[in-house]
Design a protein around this ligand. Structure first.
Ligand SMILES: Nc1ncnc2c1ncn2[C@@H]1O[C@H](COP(=O)(O)OP(=O)(O)O)[C@@H](O)[C@H]1O
Ligand SMILES: [Mg+2]
Length: 383
C-alpha cells in the first residue's frame, strides 16, 4: 500500500521554441487505500497528472513521492514506470485486438515471466471477480464495450499492483453500461483494498466513486475536498460549473436595512446578508434542483411561500422550454433572453404560468469581478 504525494509539480511541454505549461505547482496527497478523483474539463491536465504519477512523464519541476521514496524529481524519473507497481486503465482501454481476452489479461504476467500455472490461476481469479470468465476465449472485438472495459480492468490488476489509475475509463460506454461499470469498479476496489485514482471530466464518475476530489482547471489545482463539499461550496464559478449544472446570473444589488436585494429584471431575491461587499453587481449561482418550479393556479399564485425554512418565492413566470430527465422536468425560464433552469416534479408545458421558489440556503455567491466565492451559504440569513 502506498501514499502518493505531489510536491509543487509543474509540467512544461516544449515544441520547438514554444512552451506550454500543462501543470502549475500542483500539491496533492493521495492517502493509502483511498478512492481519489481528479475532475476537470478536457485539456485541464488530468492525463498529464496521471502520466506523471505513473512515471510515463517526469515533472519539469517538483517531485513525486510514494511514501517516503522520491520516484521522480525535477525532470528526472528516478523509479521507472515498471517498478512503480501501478495498474492503468486508459480511456480507449488499449486492448490488443489480435489476442484473445485471456491473453490480454495474461500479457503483463508473461512479460514478468510468471510460470504458466500461476498465470492461469491469476487470470481465472480476476475473470471471476470481474464476471468475464465466459468471454476469455473471445477477442476484444467480439465482446461488448462493458466487457472490454472489464477485461482492461482485469489486465490492469493482473500484477497485483499497489494502486490503480483509471483515466476516463467509462467514457466509451453507454449510460446503462456506465452505471454497471462504476458499481463493479467500486466493488473491486473495496474487495482488493487498493488505492485507486480516477480522472474524469464527468462529475457523475466522481460522485459515484471518489471519496475525495481535486478539481483542476488549466493546469491549476483549484479546489480539494469531498465531492459534496465542492458541490455545495465551490471556491469559484468555474468549479461550480465543473461539479454540475448551475445557473450563473449577474444581479444588481440594492441595500435595504443591512440586507441586500438581488435584482435581475423581475427575478428578485430578498434578504441576503453580505459583509464587506463593495461592488454594485454580484454573480449568483443556483443549481436547477434548488429552483423549484410548480404550475401556478389562480388560487396559489398569491401565496407567498408554502415551503418551510429558507425557500423563498420569486414570483410567477412563463415556462419556455421543458425537458424530461430521469423523473423530473427541467423547466427553462427565459428572462429577457437569459435562460434560467429549474426543476418541476410534474409535467409543465411551454407557455404555462409557473411559480418559482428558490432555496436560499443553496445560493452560491461570487464576486462580480473575480468570480471567486465570497461567502459560505450558512451565513445567508433570511429577512
Ligand atoms: N506530449 C504533449 N506535448 C504537448 N502538449 C501536450 C502533451 N500532452 C498534453 N499536452 C497538452 O497539455 C494539456 C493538458 O493535456 P491533458 O493532460 O491530456 O488534459 P486532460 O487529460 O485533462 O484532457 C493540453 O492542452 C494538451 O494539449
Ligand atoms: Mg485526458
Amino acid at each position: 500500500m502506498v501514499n502518493i504525494k505531489l510536491n509543487n509539480v509543474s509540467k512544461i511541454f516544449k515544441k520547438g521554441k514554444t512552451e506550454f505549461k500543462a501543470l502549475s505547482n500542483i500539491n496533492l496527497e493521495i492517502p493509502d487505500n483511498s478512492f481519489f478523483g481528479i475532475l476537470g474539463a478536457s485539456g485541464a491536465g488530468k492525463t498529464t497528472t496521471m502520466r506523471i504519477i505513473a512515471g510515463l512523464e517526469a515533472p519539469t519541476m517538483g517531485e513525486v513521492l510514494f511514501d517516503k521514496t522520491v520516484v521522480s524529481k525535477d525532470d528526472r524519473t528516478i523509479i521507472d514506470p515498471e517498478e512503480r507497481d501501478i495498474g492503468m486503465v486508459f480511456q480507449n482501454w488499449a486492448l490488443y485486438p489480435h489476442m484473445n481476452n485471456y491473453e490480454n489479461i495474461a500479457f503483463p504476467l508473461k512479460v514478468k515471466k510468471w510460470n504458466q500455472n500461476e498465470i492461469t490461476k491469476r487470470v481465472y481469479e480476476l475473470a471471476d471477480i470481474l464476471g468475464i470468465r465466459e468471454v476469455l476465449a473471445k477477442r476484444p472485438g467480439e465482446i461488448s464495450g462493458g466487457q472490454q472495459q472489464r477485461v482492461a480492468v482485469a489486465r490492469a490488476l493482473a500484477k497485483n499492483p499497489k494502486f490503480l489509475l483509471l483515466d476516463e475509463p467509462f467514457s466509451n460506454l453507454d449510460a446503462n453500461a456506465r452505471d454497471d461499470a462504476r458499481a463493479l469498479v467500486k466493488k473491486v476496489k473495496n474487495e482488493l483494498g487498493i488505492t485507486t485514482i480516477i480522472v474524469s471530466h464527468d462529475p457523475a464518475d466522481i460522485f459515484a466513486l471518489a471519496e475525495k476530489v481535486a478539481v483542476i482547471s488549466r493546469g491549476n489545482l483549484v479546489q480539494l475536498g469531498t465531492p459534496k463539499d465542492l458541490y455545495d461550496y465551490p471556491s469559484n464559478e468555474r468549479v461550480a460549473g465543473t461539479l454540475g449544472d448551475i445557473n450563473i446570473v449577474d444581479f444588481d444589488l440594492k441595500e435595504k436595512n443591512g440586507y441586500y436585494d438581488l435584482i435581475f429584471e423581475n427575478f428578485i431575491i430578498t434578504g441576503i446578508k453580505l459583509n464587506d461587499y463593495n461592488d454594485s453587481k454580484i454573480t449568483l449561482g443556483i443549481r436547477p434542483e434548488d429552483l423549484i418550479i410548480e404550475k401556478s393556479t389562480e388560487i396559489d399564485s398569491n401565496i407567498e411561500t408554502k415551503y418551510e425554512g429558507n425557500t423563498q418565492k420569486i414570483g410567477v413566470f412563463e415556462a419556455d422550454t421543458v425537458n424530461y430527465n430521469q423523473g423530473s422536468f427541467s423547466v427553462v425560464l427565459n428572462i429577457s433572453g437569459t435562460k434560467i433552469k429549474g426543476i418541476s416534479r410534474e409535467p409543465i408545458f411551454y407557455g404555462d404560468k409557473v411559480n418559482v421558489y428558490i432555496n436560499k440556503s443553496k445560493i452560491k455567491l461570487f464576486e462580480y469581478a473575480s468570480k471567486d466565492a465570497i461567502k459560505l451559504n450558512e451565513e445567508i440569513e433570511r429577512n
